[in-house]
Write a protein that binds this ligand. Sequence first.
Ligand code: HEM
Length: 482
Amino acid sequence: RPICPPGPRKHWLYGNLFDMPYSVNWQRLLDWNEQFGDMVYLTAFGHSVIVLNTPKAIKDLLVKRARNYSNRPHTVMAYELFDMKKSMVLADYDDKYRELRKLTQQAFGPEASKKYEGVQLDIIRRFLQGLQKDPQGFRTHTRLLVSRFILAVTYGLDAETADSEFIAGAELTLQVLTKATLPGAYLVDLLPSLRYLPTWFPFASFHDVGARGRKLVYDHRSRPFEYVRQQMADGVASPSFVSDLLSDSYMSKFQSVDAAQWAEYIKWAAGDMFGAGVETSFSTTLIFFLAMALHPGAQAKAQAEIDLVTGGHKLVTLSDRPNMPYFKALLQEVARWQVVVPTGVFRRSDNDDVYNGYHIPANTIVLPSIWALSQSVEDPGRFNPERFLDDSNSPNPYEYIYGFGKRICPGRYLADNFIFLVTANILAFFNVSQPSGPLDDGLKLPSNVSFTPTMVSCPEPFACNIRPRTSEHAEEIAAMIA
Ligand code: HEM
């Protein structure tokens, strides 16, 4: 029988428990990559994890052998106790998932995504005004921006409704879910047999956490969904993921279940979008601010290009995009320079497998190291948009930052348009630079920022100066919304 792939030395009692890459240790990932190559294998208490470090290994397993590697890990807390097996992000790769996923890809596909440009620009105008009034609060404004964006495309909520009723609840659910989906965050996930302990048993407090989490998830998936249903019944619903998928043209495409069941699937899929879309888009926008504060030369080049294309005094729109090759390269470099989902979203192998002569046991957690791919260019630490000006030079980050194969991010076209519109309009109207005065408590200099070691990795709080480019720009921003 073939042996498992190589990996760090195992302790006689707890194996690789403390090596498990559930939080991102950049240096360790780099060392493993150099030491073990394509695949790194870790094991503890009967759980195994494989980190895939090369495009070839990722493609061979996650794409070519998709049938075996398209499920997610079943954590006791999130998957079972919170009932997240109903969600799209954690659902098993079965017929129901495939059908729902196909329709989601249509609803958020390249063509369909364009219809959200108007609502995205509305939200961006408010964001630019927020930045002008309170530039130091750029992190808070960015969070509000991306939350409004996701609630607008998922449920068609306008900014006022989203702010007043739904964002706080969605944020709270996201916090609780983020912890629960991390394999091993709760003892019950390391020792799943604990879940059979009765609720009154000491150490069984995870039952309470599970029951509270389940209620929270159910509430915050139902409320915005029911709101849209009511709006549809009243004939006033804006276009959105939910109103599209509940419409007759989509309903008729879904073969295997009745209307009530279909509505339940859509409710759960819609509830996933906040968790999947907010943190990723938030982090990407912050990384953009960081890159611009640190690289004034790249910023000036991008602004010169924007001015040439738009005349310098109007909102950048998607139609401007084909004429902005430098900005395209700059966004590719932002995406590569600091990837936001460094270890991918975990997968699970269904059956035993053999790859390159190595045994991969069934139920292994599989991590495609998006970070390793981002580092496989010349001088990876250097922020250098020029590397993407000649398309053939470096692998295109959009081929890995959104994941792989059957579970590749279905929000990628929406996210891509949105990130373009947000970042191009920041530079159209503002200069971003290093802070000049003393720093507020808890803030770092852009040159000194570290990134959270979480599945979606985000820059820690940092300071930067954000000022309208000229007094004319300042007036234009102020006039964007009366
Ligand atoms: C810059 C922004 C984004 C990045 C970098 C990103 C990245 C990713 C990655 C790496 C995955 C895992 C794919 C895999 O398993 O191979 C994923 C999954 C997913 N993303 Fe995104 N994403 C972004 C924005 C969004 C947005 C805006 C939405 C929704 C509107 C979204 C919805 C989803 C969903 C639902 C999944 C789960 C798909 C499944 O399991 O079938 N993402 N994303």
